[in-house]
Design a protein around this ligand. Structure first.
Ligand SMILES: Nc1nc2c(c(=O)[nH]1)N[C@@H](CN(C=O)c1ccc(C(=O)N[C@@H](CCC(=O)O)C(=O)O)cc1)CN2
Ligand SMILES: NCC(=O)N[C@@H]1O[C@H](COP(=O)([O-])[O-])[C@@H](O)[C@H]1O
Length: 205
């Protein structure tokens, strides 16, 4: 049995979704193997958490590069050097240029803390509360150049409670992120979910 698709996780912060993906990938037969954690922030707390697990890490400070393209070329080189086949964005807070997206389109997914296409961008939990939503949630999608607009692979819903503040709602959504992201990665890594003609298509693997 193959060891699974060589997968990199890109982070900018604490890395809780990274940890849930790492844990899921330890299961026998899981179709992806996490072989690299890369961050645009050398001080990202998730890097230290990744190193504790023994996984290879790479810190590329985006501010050390003259422009976005130079940073992305270095990131791409690190991924290619590591033999990466799939990329998971997990709290990676850089908008990727069309150049990088074209390099990885169909092999790069992201988790977003809202039920897309509702509430793209940032402050998603505040937006949901301001809109008076009774349900909220998270979305795993293929990454395309347009921000948070890629074809949806999986979603999970949570109830919005009357006394919710953004932090309470975020915490409830995060539990579902940790459940649905590993499921979505398995769908993509196994070939069951594919990006085809701008849509997410489910095939018998
Ligand atoms: N081309 C794409 N790039 C990225 C996507 C995408 O769908 N297409 N998803 C995002 C993740 N994301 C929300 O899910 C997101 C990340 C970053 C930003 C943003 O405004 N970043 C700023 C810098 C912010 C910072 O450094 O703190 C920027 O890049 O200038 C918005 C949404 C990942 N990239
Ligand atoms: N626009 C991207 C975005 O907002 N992503 C969100 O950042 C958090 C990262 O947490 P983590 O580092 O603990 O996984 C997660 O809630 C993820 O959905």
């Amino acid at each position: 049995m193959s060891a699974g698709k060589r997968t990199a996780i890109l982070i900018s912060g604490r890395g809780s979704n990274m940890l849930s993906l790492l844990e899921a990938a330890r299961a026998p037969g899981y179709p992806a193997q996490i072989t690299l954690v890369l961050s645009n922030r050398p001080d990202a707390a998730g890097l230290a958490r990744a190193r504790e697990t023994g996984i290879a890490t790479c810190a590329l400070d985006h501010k050390a590069f003259p422009d976005r393209e130079a940073f992305e070329q270095a990131m791409d080189a690190a991924l290619v050097e590591a033999g990466i086949e799939l990329v998971c964005l997990a709290g990676f807070m850089r908008v990727l240029t069309p150049w990088f997206v074209r390099r990885w389109e169909g092999r790069m997914i992201n988790i977003h803390p809202s039920l897309l296409p509702l509430f793209r961008g940032t402050r998603t939990h505040e937006q949901a509360l301001e809109a008076g939503m009774r349900v909220h949630g998270c979305t795993v999608h293929f990454v395309v150049s347009e921000l948070d607009a890629g074809p949806i692979i999986a979603q999970a819903c949570v109830p919005v409670h009357p006394d919710d503040d953004p932090a309470a709602l975020a915490a409830r959504v995060l539990v579902e992120e940790h459940r649905v992201y590993p499921q979505a990665l398995a769908e993509v890594a196994s070939g069951r979910a594919v990006l085809h003609e701008g849509r997410c298509v489910f095939r018998d693997a």
